[in-house]
Design a protein around this ligand. Structure first.
Ligand SMILES: Cc1ncc(COP(=O)(O)O)c(C=O)c1O
Length: 395
């Protein structure tokens, strides 16, 4: 049976990280994959996570399955963190939350429920978007289309293009937004633009779906959900896919949740039951470890404060790397790289051609995506000179 099975190429992002690992160039630098790296070039475990994990090891008395919808402390803590007390009060009883294997699991379960709801329209995704959105959403049989988003000329959001394209989104359509820290561009909407988009959703009747993978990596935990809350506030139905991979560093623990905000308690019951049924037919039960840790952190005032301080420090470090990197490129080339400091989260498009990105990879061992997306969080004081020199050499 497997004789004729085609061998697939590696994933476009994971494959590059593997190629970098195999590269024997002693000066190689990997700026590909979207994980936070510290000054030592390691993806650290949050101290708050270590503490919660230690307590869990001591206290855990069973490894029996957790309920299919997930760990309740985690679901409560995360819905509160994301939606906030006011929206939870105004949409009381109309919110369903289901724990998922990471943010990817949440995007997939969200798409499954939208498909089951009979969404006959298209799913609009930003151009560009995180490439994994396409198979995650497309594989449930929903049709995808793009709206203009990033303008390489200004290194910012092409808001007029976005609005013009989304004017075509109708009732029955779904529009996927990145809640903050747009991947791959780092270019986010400002508060005023979010309000415009929320108004469009209200008037045109399309359903917002929000991928929230980087809450806390932009301007702060509250500020990063401004747009999400504006959308929830203005529309009757919203799907949210959230992840704790980045903001709690729980990448490998596969910790996320899908939130469905509907119009009433019946809608909450329907979406919740559809999501758990979809999970049952795909992977059955949610993983417990990461969610229990996250739930403990969110429900313990001291741990929560420590976690927030660690997250803030990471965010500040990325922002200072953005300034440093942009300044140094600008000083070396005389070109304007101020956009790097303006962007949010881990990513930035350097604005290089595919040929330049490939040349950097083969000649200098500097790995970035073909689109010249880099993970700013992978820069550190030991590799910054190398990276600046290499980029300048192809400009
Ligand atoms: C835009 C976006 N959405 C969702 C995710 C989901 O990540 P995970 O499934 O690891 O939680 C990521 C991770 O890189 C991402 O960049």
């Amino acid at each position: 049976m497997f004789d004729h099975l085609p061998i697939l190429p590696p994933d476009s992002i994971l494959g590059l990280a593997a190629a970098c690992r195999a590269d024997t160039n002693p000066n190689k630098v990997d700026l590909t994959i979207g994980i936070y790296m510290d000054e030592a070039g390691l993806c650290p475990v949050f101290d708050a996570v270590k503490q919660a994990q230690r307590a869990l090891v001591d206290e855990e008395i069973t490894k029996a399955y957790i309920p299919p919808q997930g760990d309740q402390a985690f679901l409560d803590g995360m819905t509160d963190l994301i939606l906030g007390a006011d929206l939870l009060a105004s949409r009381k009883g109309a919110v369903a939350a289901v724990q998922t294997p990471g943010g990817c699991g949440a995007v997939r379960l969200g798409a499954e429920v939208l498909k089951a709801s009979g969404a006959g329209g298209k799913v609009w995704v930003s151009d560009p978007t995180w490439p994994v959105h396409i198979p995650l959403i497309g594989s449930v049989g929903l049709e995808l289309t793009q709206y203009r988003y990033y303008d390489p000329g200004t290194h910012g959001v092409n808001f007029q293009g976005m609005v013009d394209d989304l004017t075509g989104a109708q009732k029955g359509d779904i529009v996927l937004f990145h809640g903050c820290c747009h991947n791959p561009s780092g270019a986010d909407l400002n508060a005023e633009q979010w309000q415009v988009v929320a108004q469009m959703a209200a008037e045109q009747g399309f359903t917002p779906m929000i991928d929230l993978a980087y809450q806390g990596f932009g301007d702060g935990l509250e500020q990063d959900v401004f747009g999400l809350r504006a959308l929830v506030d203005n529309t009757p139905e919203v799907v949210i896919a959230a992840s704790c991979s980045k903001n709690m560093g729980l990448y490998r623990e596969r910790t996320g949740l899908a939130i469905f905000v509907g119009q009433d308690a019946r809608a909450a019951q329907a979406t919740g039951s559809q999501a758990t049924a979809a999970a049952r037919r795909i992977y059955s039960m949610p993983p417990a470890h990461g969610a229990i840790i996250a739930g403990r952190i969110l429900s313990d005032a001291k741990l929560r404060q420590e976690w927030q301080a660690e997250l803030t420090a990471m965010c500040r470090r990325i922002n200072s790397l953005r300034v440093d990197f942009g300044d140094r490129l600008q000083a070396a080339t005389g070109r304007d790289f101020g956009f790097i400091a303006e962007e949010k989260g881990m990513f930035s498009f350097l604005g290089l051609s595919k040929e330049q990105a490939l040349q950097l990879r083969s000649d200098k061992g500097l790995y970035m995506l073909d689109s010249s997306r880099i993970n700013v969080a992978s820069l550190n004081s030991s590799n910054l000179d190398k990276v600046v020199d290499a980029v300048v050499s192809v400009l």
